[in-house]
Design a protein around this ligand. Structure first.
Ligand SMILES: C[S@@+](CC[C@H](N)C(=O)[O-])C[C@H]1O[C@@H](n2cnc3c(N)ncnc32)[C@H](O)[C@@H]1O
Length: 250
């Protein structure tokens, strides 16, 4: 693949990813203007809906976790140019999500419904705070590297990527997985929880807990003692605020 083609491919994959990410917000938020959401779409008998929805989440989880493994990347980059590897991953993740959007079968049974206007609005604040946390966290880690643009740009400009470093900015000073915390918040914060939405929240939460185990394993292999020390000093999904020592000399 020529350098310009790699960059163009990366930009297209990024645009597809970003549109899919925005639609995920619409899908989970069940906004009225959308015809396909977690609670709106083709109906199916309960047993069929359960099988289809679980299979769709498993497909997404499998694609995501398999392609993120260092061993898979090492073999995959013998076929795909290394500068385009992350873009292919991002494209595959977007396609898996689109399949989930299109195949999803809603289950309408109401699990909870908060009608108190203050509580209702508060839950929506949490929903949006979750998505904001996700987006901000990607920038704190390195948004453009996470989604493949940096690799393609460095390839075009002949620059070498800097050695990976363990980042601890802002949220990461208190919590190791703020991006996943944001997703948890957004998947669960809904004033009206249907059985279908609950299934989505449970399935994707289970996937994230598994992904965290793999990610921590990989980061420990990569950064060794530095990561072990960091991880034991911060929360996992819930921030741990350490009290500052006011008089360290005493
Ligand atoms: C989808 S991000 C999720 C990051 C983190 N688990 C979170 O929830 O905020 C996964 C990528 O972030 C990288 N990563 C996670 N924590 C990191 C840190 N503190 N510094 C640098 N990279 C990190 C992992 O190596 C992986 O490539």
């Amino acid at each position: 693949m020529s350098r310009t083609a790699t960059l163009l491919f990366a930009i297209i994959c990024y645009a597809i990813f970003f549109a899919t990410f925005l639609y995920l917000i619409v899908f989970v938020g069940d906004f009225a203007f959308a015809t396909v959401t977690v609670d709106n779409g083709p109906q199916a008998p309960l047993a069929v809906a359960l099988v289809v929805d679980i299979a769709l989440m498993a497909l997404f989880g499998l694609q995501h976790s398999m392609m993120a493994r260092p061993a898979f990347k090492a073999r995959w980059t013998r076929i795909v140019p290394p500068a385009a590897e992350r873009s292919v991953y991002v494209l595959a993740a977007s396609i898996a999500l689109m399949i989930l959007f299109l195949g999803w079968r809603p289950i309408d049974t109401i699990v909870w419904n908060f009608t108190n206007p203050i509580l209702h609005d508060l839950i929506w604040v949490l929903f949006w705070a979750g998505w904001a946390t996700v987006l901000v966290s990607t920038f704190l880690i390195n948004h453009f590297e996470l989604f493949g643009l940096q690799q393609a740009w460095f390839h075009v400009s002949g620059r070498q990527a800097a050695k990976p470093e363990l980042r601890q900015p802002v949220f990461y000073r208190y919590v190791a997985h703020p991006l996943y915390s944001g997703f948890f918040l957004s998947f669960w914060a809904t004033p009206e929880m249907t059985a279908g939405h609950l299934l989505l929240a449970l399935g994707l939460s289970a996937y994230m807990l598994i992904a965290i185990r793999y990610e921590e394993h990989d980061l420990t292999n990569q950064f060794g003692e530095e990561y072990r020390r960091y991880r034991s000093s911060v929360g996992g999904l819930i921030p741990r605020f350490r009290r500052r020592d006011r008089n360290p000399a005493a």
